[in-house]
Every structure is written in structure tokens, then in C-alpha cells.
Design a protein around this ligand. Structure first.
Ligand code: FMN
Length: 375
């Protein structure tokens, strides 16, 4: 019998499906709802010490529709939580006191200030959270305060800040990467060098969702203007998979035992299976929940279990990273293809079936083509 139950960095979860930080984890009521529906873990909306500096605008979402009218991409210019830190601490504590069936993970972000990071980590962990996700990855708004992706794009700063966090953290810590870099392995490696237990990837991709052809204003339009935002949902999945593959390869080779939480566009159990095959220990869903609601986790579980049963995988660990060995260089693909063609030709020649081009005439042509097709 296959099971979805898994343990990641010592965190016991009924399944690997984690609510990604964002609107689906924006207060205790919705977090409790997610646990009731069966999510294996919840990462709360990102918090900071001084919420009064966080001022949201509306509208802050823009959608990319496919030709069939379905939402394939989603842009947001939403900031981190604008709810007071003390309210969050109280909600973390009450949520944990109720002993939820999965992991409660606090997502935190601060300015480049050692005392601030130490304070936010110690106060959240005193409130009882099971783990942390460090948000080094929001691509809009926060970088203007040198936070989020502004830190995540600088491996030296990342290593230093992760070091501050690890000097006080008593629970597992994941560092969440921005995809808005050329080589995501570099910030991931810097965080792992500083001792974080795992990496989450990816956050949103910096984007402009479109331009309104009546008003000529880019969207989402706030008082006639906009600012580039973060792109998520289905359309980002191929990019997320590539980046997860790159990070998982670094973890496997250089930091065995550390973990990866993969996300970006996951909406089905089969898509979750792909992230696990490329080295993820857990998978997160954010925009998918905004599109389909918390109950989608039941279908996600059914689909992932069906995949596991088809392949006779008993646990997530049985197939984690199983597709990683099949990545290589283009140079090597050319070599492999050349070798295979040469081997086929040699096999056919050994059977005495292939003649020179000049002999391909009439009935012989058909015979020769058939011989090639069968080899
Ligand atoms: C509206 C919205 C708000 C988000 N807010 C946060 C946030 O506060 N902290 C964070 O780490 N990621 C945030 N994210 C990013 C998601 O957690 C996730 O990394 C990204 O959207 C890709 O996954 P998805 O396609 O499943 O949404 C937000 C995403 C959306 C769409």
C-alpha cells in the first residue's frame, strides 16, 4: 500500500502538499481551514516586525487567459502581510495550541539588519511555529526597501542573513529563492552553506501581465499607473521545474540530507509527482488554491497516490529525484544519438540487409526500407 505520509527535516506531515505563502494563509481562520481540508502543512503569509510600513494597493492582480478562457498565468503586485506582528504571534500560538495535523510554517522577511532578523525568528519560534521559510524572493515592492528579491539576488548577503537566522533558530529553516536570477544554484548554495535545512523554489517571476488596448495603460492599473509584478500559476511550471532540478542537483551532490520544497504552477497530483521526480521532498500550491479552493487537496492526494500505485512506489522517498539522472548536456545528447545510429547501422549491416544507395531500385527499395524500419 502506498502512503503519502512523509517526514521532511523532522517535520511529520500526513502528505507532502503544503499551502504556499500568500493569500491562502493570510490569517488563522484560513490556516485552520486548510488543515481541516487535509493540507500536509501551511506556510503563512509572510510577516515582518513592522506591518505599518506595508501598504497595499488595489487592484493588485492581473490574469493571463488562455485561448479557451482559462487562467494560465497570474500577476500580483501584492506585498507581504499588512497585519500587525503581535496579532500574528497570537494566531500562531492559538493555531499550534489546537494541535493541527500538519506543519505550521512561518514565512518571515526583514530588512538587512541582524537584530531585526534575530528578533523575528526568536519571537515566532517562542509562539510555537514548527518551522520557518525565509522570504528572500518577492520581486515587487519590497526590493524598494532592499528586502525580498533584493536580498535573494545577492548570494553574499543571503549567506550572511541565513547565518544570523541559523544562529538562533531551533526549528527547521527553508530559504525561499527568487527565480529572477540567471543561475539559481548560486543563491541556493549560499543559503545552504550558511546551514539552512532546506530550499523552497520558486517565488514569482517578475512580469508585466499586459497592456489595455483601449486605455493604453499597462495592467493592473492603479490610478492609471502600474509597476512590474510577480507571475505565477500554470504558465510558470516549466521554469519552476528547471530551477528545482538545478537546486536538487546541488543538494544531491554538495549538501546531502538537505531538502527541497518545490512550487510554481502546481494544480494536479501528476504535476506534483513531476516536482518530486526532480528532487522535491514536499510541494507547495499557492495560486492553485486561489483558483480552485482548499478542497483541491483531496484530488491532489488521489492523483499522486494513483501515480505511486501505478509505479509501485510505496513512499515519496521511493521516487524523489528519480528523474534527475536523465539530465545531461546537449553535447552528450549528440554523442548518444550518434552512437545509437551507428549501432543500428552496424546491426543492420551485420544482418546483411543494407545495400549501398545505388542498389535501391524497384522491389529491392521496398525490401531495404522495410529492413531499415525493423531495425
Ligand atoms: C497573490 C500572491 C501573493 C503572494 N504572497 C507571497 C508572500 O507573502 N510570501 C511569499 O513567500 N510568496 C508569496 N507569493 C508567491 C507564492 O507563494 C509562490 O511562490 C508563487 O506564486 C508560485 O507558486 P504558485 O504558482 O503555486 O502560486 C504570492 C503569490 C501570489 C499569487
Amino acid at each position: 500500500m502506498s502512503t503519502l505520509a512523509c517526514t521532511v527535516n523532522g517535520l511529520k506531515m500526513p502528505n507532502p502538499f503544503v499551502v504556499g505563502s500568500g493569500p491562502p494563509g493570510t490569517n488563522m481562520n484560513v490556516i485552520n481551514r486548510a488543515f481541516r481540508e487535509g493540507w500536509g502543512g501551511v506556510i503563512a503569509k509572510t510577516v515582518s516586525l513592522d506591518a505599518s510600513k506595508v501598504i497595499n494597493v488595489a487592484p493588485r492582480y492581473g490574469k493571463h487567459f488562455g485561448l479557451g478562457g482559462e487562467v494560465i498565468g497570474w500577476e500580483n503586485i501584492e506585498l507581504i502581510s499588512d497585519r500587525p506582528f503581535n496579532v500574528w504571534l497570537d494566531e500562531f500560538k492559538r493555531c499550534k495550541d489546537a494541535q493541527p495535523p500538519g506543519a505550521l510554517i512561518a514565512s518571515v522577511m526583514e530588512e538587512y539588519n541582524k537584530d531585526a532578523w534575530i528578533e523575528i525568528i526568536t519571537r515566532c519560534q517562542d509562539a510555537g511555529v514548527d518551522a520557518f521559510e525565509l522570504n528572500f524572493s518577492c520581486p515587487h515592492g519590497l526590493p524598494e526597501r532592499k528586502m525580498g528579491a533584493a536580498m535573494g539576488q545577492d548570494p553574499d548577503i543571503l549567506e550572511e542573513v541565513c547565518g544570523w537566522v541559523m544562529s538562533v533558530a531551533k526549528v527547521p529553516v527553508w530559504a525561499k529563492m527568487t527565480p529572477n536570477v540567471t543561475h539559481i544554484e548560486e543563491p541556493a548554495r549560499a543559503s545552504l552553506r550558511a546551514g539552512v535545512d532546506g530550499i523552497s523554489a520558486i517565488n514569482t517571476i517578475r512580469s508585466v501581465i499586459g497592456v489595455n488596448l483601449d486605455t493604453l495603460r499597462p495592467e493592473p492599473t492603479v490610478e492609471g499607473y502600474t509597476t512590474p509584478g510577480g507571475y505565477s500559476s500554470r504558465a510558470v511550471k516549466p521554469i519552476a521545474l528547471r530551477m528545482c532540478m538545478e537546486i536538487a542537483t546541488v543538494i544531491e551532490k554538495e549538501f546531502p540530507g538537505r531538502t527541497l520544497s518545490g512550487l510554481g504552477g502546481i494544480e494536479t497530483g501528476s504535476e506534483a509527482a513531476e516536482f518530486i521526480l526532480l528532487g522535491s521532498d514536499s510541494v507547495q500550491v499557492c495560486t492553485g488554491i486561489m483558483k480552485f479552493g482548499y478542497p483541491m487537496v483531496k484530488k491532489l492526494q488521489e492523483e499522486l497516490l494513483a501515480f505511486m500505485e501505478k509505479h509501485k512506489f510505496e513512499t515519496i522517498a521511493d521516487f524523489k529525484g528519480k528523474s534527475l539522472p536523465y539530465f545531461t548536456t546537449h553535447f552528450d545528447l549528440v554523442r548518444r544519438q550518434k552512437e545509437r545510429k551507428e549501432a543500428d547501422a552496424a546491426k543492420a549491416a551485420a544482418k546483411g540487409m543494407i545495400k549501398g544507395d545505388a542498389e535501391w531500385r524497384g522491389d529491392d527499395f521496398v525490401k531495404q526500407s522495410d529492413a531499415l524500419a525493423n531495425n
